[in-house]
Design a protein around this ligand. Sequence first.
Ligand SMILES: Cc1ncc(C[n+]2csc(CCOP(=O)(O)OP(=O)(O)O)c2C)c(N)n1
Ligand SMILES: [Mg+2]
Length: 891
Amino acid sequence: MRNIAPRDASAIEALEQREWLESLDYVIQQGDRGRVQRLLATLRHRARMAGVALPFTAVTAYVNTIRPEDETPLPGSQEVERRIKSLVRWNAMAMVVRANRLSEGIGGHISTYASAATLYEVAFNHFFRGKGKDGDGDLIYFQGHASPGIYARAYLEGRIPLEKLENFRQELAGGGGLSSYPHPWLMPDFWEFPTVSMGLAPIMSIYQARFNRYLEDRGLKKPSDSKVWSFLGDGETDEPEALGAISLAAREKLDNLIWVINCNLQRLDGPVRGNGQIIQELEAIFRGAGWNVIKVLWGTDWDPLLARDHDGVLAKRMGEIVDGQYQKYAVESGAYLREHFFGADPRLLDLVKHLSDEQLKKLRLGGHDPVKVYNAYKTAVEHKGQPTVILARTIKGYGLGEAGEGKNITHQQKKMNEGDLRSFRTRFGIPISDEEIAEAPFYRPPDDSPELQYMRERRKMLGGFVPSRTVRVEPLVAPTEQIFEEFYKGTEGRKASTTMVFVRMLSKLLRDKEIGDLIVPIVPDEARTFGMESLFRAVGIYSHVGQRYEPVDMDTLLYYKEAQDGQILEEGITEAGSMSSFIAAGTAYATHAVNAIPFFIFYSMFGFQRVADLIWAAADSRTRGFLLGATSGRTTLAGEGLQHQDGQSHVYSLSVPNCLSYDPAFAFELAVIVQEGIRRMYKEQESLFYYLTVMNEQYEMPAMPDGARDGILKGMYRFRPAADRKAKLRAQLLGSGAILNEALAAQTLLEKYGVAADVWSVTSYQELYRDGHAADRWNMLHPGEKPRVPYVAALLEDAPGPIVAASDYLKVLPDSIDRWMPRRIRSLGTDGFGRSEDRRDLRNFFEVDARFIALAALAELAQDGEIDRKIMAKAIKDFGIDPGKPNPARS
Ligand SMILES: Cc1ncc(C[n+]2csc(CCOP(=O)(O)OP(=O)(O)O)c2C)c(N)n1
Ligand SMILES: [Mg+2]
């Protein structure tokens, strides 16, 4: 090949580039963007095939995604909307300031809403759809710390009275108040979704959008184009849950999902990425995951500057400033901006030479510009085939001026002095006089003012006020007794585990004519572990696109069947995602008037321990349904050891007020509990959910003793009384779950020592504990009335002898009911780290087997002076117990 001189080479390249650009310009001018895209894709492919490595870039320039020439003007009156927004701003600020004057330190946030006001107001006036007549509106996750703004708007709309506004964060005040953050539990007619534990709203919104599709695909809800909106902070995106499921949203093509990330570049302590650019970082992540990304960085004021930026110096400069520096520009003067931002290049200085310092200071950011925000939302709503994320740049504490705008302290600013208030008022044109200003009074124009009329009109056109939670569901007919009958009979000699029993019960419920369609089985890649794989074929695994492949096990009876109307949500390995599905399904009675009945079955250890905060969110959301902790019990799950053996979930679950927890031992117990749960949640429409532990030890399931039903639900009943109730030596043995069998075996062991023991099944320490405390409390407050007796106290009132309680969970569970016992309870449990072993050795290790239960009873009898301590020593020998064994609680 002939050598080309360097000068010639660059000349050739320049020529080449010009020719190629001219060709490209020609195609662009034809006006078909698809053609341009295809052409470039073909070129890229050709280069790659020829071995040319192309650099990967997931980010676009630091400018707006939507070009000014593609924008549409904002419909309606920008001026009235601006005035409405100012009124909301003022009242939101006043709420926090006034609350803190009344009660120092009561808290609240001014600056989050101040930065997000435009993002919300544009949506309220043009996009958020209320539930209207057909009940199918948008589902909106409001950023928790922006709640003052949402309340302030509801006040202007006439939905929240002044007294309540005065009682922001003082919910116990006379007449009631407003909860600090969105809590459906506390304001069930207003808030739909709890959002304040950061990171949870984003993941919940993804699964909510997917669940909306699920209901449509399964014919349980009319198809609609309603959207799920989630508003989050840029700092919030550091929570693993926030971004952890974004690929699911893209994979499922959830174009009914829109995220708005308020990129004020700040979190609580300081900048989100002082030395970097959070917006570019997020753009790369979301584009990489397959989302439609819309950057709204610069306001309309910047458009003419960018239009004249022919050689791209301005865009380049915009892209090289780190966030910490941008924050500095936000608090500095126009002169500073000129010197430090534009001063970097004479061409930049030239671009803005016609603007005064004052005008420079006023150049607005995209997230504060209604036209830019409107166009972003419009594009998002119309976008097909992908979820959309809007990255909107704003200033934290916008409008607070010296009191905090853009400053690092702004997140927690709750006070405004008279001067601050005066400037805020003047900046936003609120008609409050200098005399009144110090009070920071609320301001609401007359009902017939153009602002309030406009607000109401817009909301009427959009289907009503939001947020608003309305339950329109009809109570469900409870499933027939028939479904559960076989479980009352027991297994008649066959062995089964409670997990197997549960799966059988679930299959029967799925086939039920009344409620079968409403059952939503949710499982995170453990269906085979729990023996649920028969359901794959029976009801199908949900997939919006059906099954596009021939499953490898097609020729087997139980093949892996995916279907568009599949019923099972097989979530893969994500407990957080499964929990989010559980919440979406368990609140469908409120969001879609559908009585969906979710059963989320997980490895018990990865439930309360792993995703307890989402379980708390479920409680706050008034979720209904069943959580199933499978392979539960620290000594019942053999082999797996420390990593998997759950001994604490019943302790965690005790802290969730509307969660009822049970540790059933037998099929009939489980049947009674599930039947009652469905009745209470779906027929009586109570806001409860259930946590049931099911185990994998197989044993014969007995028939239900007469009269046990009530006790099963209340938490305890006598399963097998002592054979000789007149015996001199008596004891009471309490067992739960699989450990009940150990108590029964201990009953036999004790007979050899002349001790006649009653055996009780404790299905729920939580229920006993809650009932006991409720009675104590009532008695304390009603001294003149006949005292109430806690259920468990009445049950054991005349029960003679020591009381020994054993479960597969921590000793603190039985200890929790000690107060209502006729004598001190002796608790056996599984405190300590688990081990990988078989069941027999584990129960020896944790000291919860029949021998230890019997020995504990003998020890109590010896302490009472009823038997000689030598008998204890004999038992230790007879039972082969090693007294020198390490304490499992510490080893
Ligand atoms: C899980 C969790 N951790 C911490 C907090 C406390 N917190 C509340 S707001 C906040 C900063 C929020 O910053 P960002 O997400 O950027 O929202 P902004 O107010 O800036 O819009 C923090 C740390 C919380 N609410 N939840
Ligand atoms: Mg922020």
